[in-house]
Design a protein. Structure first.
Length: 205
């Protein structure tokens, strides 16, 4: 595709690096921004720069945060004896939007996937074990996607926590096998949290 401007081409190339955005869609977005008032484009650019430069990750649960400890971990009304383990922040948001869970979270930052070069050491599993080792946590809910990679990660965490006195449960399989958690509707996801089962019973361990 020929572009009339190097600046336009550079902008299209950057937008097309976003997931689900091809060159044609990127071009439409860039041209749309050019038709808007200058402050809209400047505001978008400033927001992205500020996000990259100033965003924090909670030192407790690894959620995205504006401070060292996120608002969920700092909230005294949350049940700090229950931790829900999720793959990424988008799954945390999905569970939180169900309004069925009042405990805390632990964001792994991914799931074990040898095909993608992601192993246990690449995830926040050791920090989860450290949280459980304090003795304050009474239950760990494994709320990962019901895929082969998700179940592999569930089993690895179950084995890592086996020596601790903590209940390990898994969300009910109201989520279809192979489904990504973020795409589940809130009612189904909420019921899956409420109707969770013990991990060893779910997998007959």
């Amino acid at each position: 595709m020929e572009y009339p401007s190097i600046l336009l081409e550079n902008a299209v190339n950057e937008f097309s690096k976003l997931p689900g955005i091809g060159k044609k869609t990127a071009l439409r977005l860039v041209l749309h921004l050019l038709r808007q008032k200058e402050e809209i484009g400047v505001g978008l650019g400033s927001a992205i720069i500020e996000l990259r430069q100033n965003i924090n990750y909670c030192k407790v649960c690894h959620n995205i945060s504006d401070t060292d400890v996120c608002g969920l971990c700092a909230n005294p009304s949350r049940d700090n004896t229950i931790v829900c383990v999720v793959e990424n922040v988008k799954e945390l948001i999905a569970v939180e939007n169900t309004m069925q869970f009042r405990g805390l979270y632990h964001v792994l930052g991914g799931i074990i996937s040898p095909m993608d070069g992601v192993g246990p050491a690449d995830l926040e599993i050791d920090s989860l074990c450290n949280r459980v080792a304090t003795g304050q946590i009474k239950e760990v809910i494994l709320a990962l996607s019901t895929t082969m990679e998700g179940d592999t990660t569930n089993f690895y965490i179950f084995r890592k926590l086996a020596n601790y006195e903590v209940k390990i449960s898994i969300i009910a399989r109201g989520i279809s096998i192979g489904d990504e958690l973020e795409y589940a509707d809130e009612v189904t996801l909420g019921r899956s949290i409420l109707n969770r089962t013990l991990f060893n019973e779910a997998f007959k361990l």
